[in-house]
Design a protein around this ligand. Sequence first.
Ligand code: ATP
Ligand code: MG
Length: 511
Amino acid sequence: MNEIIVSMENICKTFPGVKALDHVKFELRAGEVMALLGENGAGKSTLMKVLSGVYTRDEGSLKIFGNEYGDLTPKQAQEAGVAIIHQELNMCRHLSVAENMFLGREISKGLSLNNAKMEAEAKKILDDLKIDIDPRQTVGDLPVSKQQMVEIAKALSINAKILIMDEPTSSLTAREIEDLFRIIKKLKSEGKGIVYISHRLEELQHIVDRVTIMRDGQYITSMDFGSVTMEQIISFMVGREIKEKFPRVECKKGKKVFEVKNLNAGKMVRDINFSVYEGEIVGFAGLMGAGRTETTRAIFGVDPKESGEIYVDDREVEIKCPMDAIKNGVVLAPEDRKKDGLCTKLSIRHNLALPNLDIVCNKLGIINNVKETKLCNKAVEELRIKTPGIDVDSGNLSGGNQQKVVVGKWLARDSRVVIFDEPTRGIDVGAKVEIYNLMNELKQQGIAVMFVSSEMPEVMGIADRIIVMCDGRITGEVMAKDTTQNEILTLATTFEDKKINSLSGKHSYRE
Ligand SMILES: Nc1ncnc2c1ncn2[C@@H]1O[C@H](COP(=O)(O)OP(=O)(O)OP(=O)(O)O)[C@@H](O)[C@H]1O
Ligand SMILES: [Mg+2]
């Protein structure tokens, strides 16, 4: 058996009101991929932040390559060969790819930076990994998936021997995931140890050797991946059985609630027409980059519309900005929670109250504390947001719990149309079911639900009707009950231009 390169024993870490780690043990060997699994808030990211020196532990022993470390600093961790790719992207958006990769260890020429050299080195690393990104590009201009690839390249450029990937695939396309797995296998064959955190359990089989499972800040078990079933893993994670992964409720289809007519907004939103009726969830399927997020943004008034009409309960509404949308009962839980969905520096209370000030304020515009607290506690309870209280900074919540806050904002309002853009990204199996139940509840209340998702099984399992988009257009509409993955995939790759069609191998759907 390979050498043990990380050994953590009895690790404890407490945050105000939360025992995030309670005597946890963890072991990693050279040349293995260890999956670290657990529900949202189980302590996975915290444990890895202890290993990479981001957090100092309160108790416990930590050995890297046999050397015992006291208070480990990030720099010491890096020197010991530990690199971490954080769950929430951590890049300087206004700097270039190369500048980000060499942040803190810039190459200089005399008194100034040697940009040319850094760009050349960055290019070499990216080429090595077969990642097609120009090192001179500004990181903020790249899509999230590409930013994530840059993070990986950056970690590798430091010549890490222990690589921690915290939810690396949550915003990658299937093709990019394949690339990532190729890279992981290469690193593994070079004897590097990899810790892999993911809520996408179905992908583990491709790369994982062992699993460590945590629950509520405690170590539950470690074992060979080959020796357990997925059901066993899930029950270790959640401590209970999950009966139905995709709970569907049948409702009678009522009157038309929401209609979008001839909507155009830039290249990715072209002549969009659809309606949503009472008692149904309409799924939006498609490849990443098909224009679904752009469509939701144009509807919600984030991006300007070139033309088009929007009707709520048969009444035409004018939406020029998100406030117009909210006033007319149309709300959006956006895809990129950190950028668009949440003020991470604000408390859960303030995040939840912000779009609901009209509800929690009195006539003079003064916040009624009792009302505010009630509204917030209701969202926390209904969505089971794991937190010691509503006055905690939302940025301190675990990733999945942050997502719940984004969704929770809209619970208090009497909305007519709720748009969810990839609502279950980074959410654990149990909490996913909670989000589906929430959508079902809205559907039962006669609220129009629009559900954008890149996960084929969930769109097919939860939506009643599925609209498929490709290249900014709607290419088809199917009933979830009667369709197949293949049919959706065909519609999702129906490009207008045959030349593009021949390139469609570039895209692939996430199964
Ligand atoms: N800096 C912090 N301050 C206060 N509490 C924190 C901080 N970081 C984490 N926590 C709390 O510690 C607990 C464990 O969080 P952690 O982020 O490690 O969970 P996780 O297993 O990574 O979850 P997820 O799957 O949602 O990412 C949570 O209750 C979280 O709210
Ligand atoms: Mg985490």
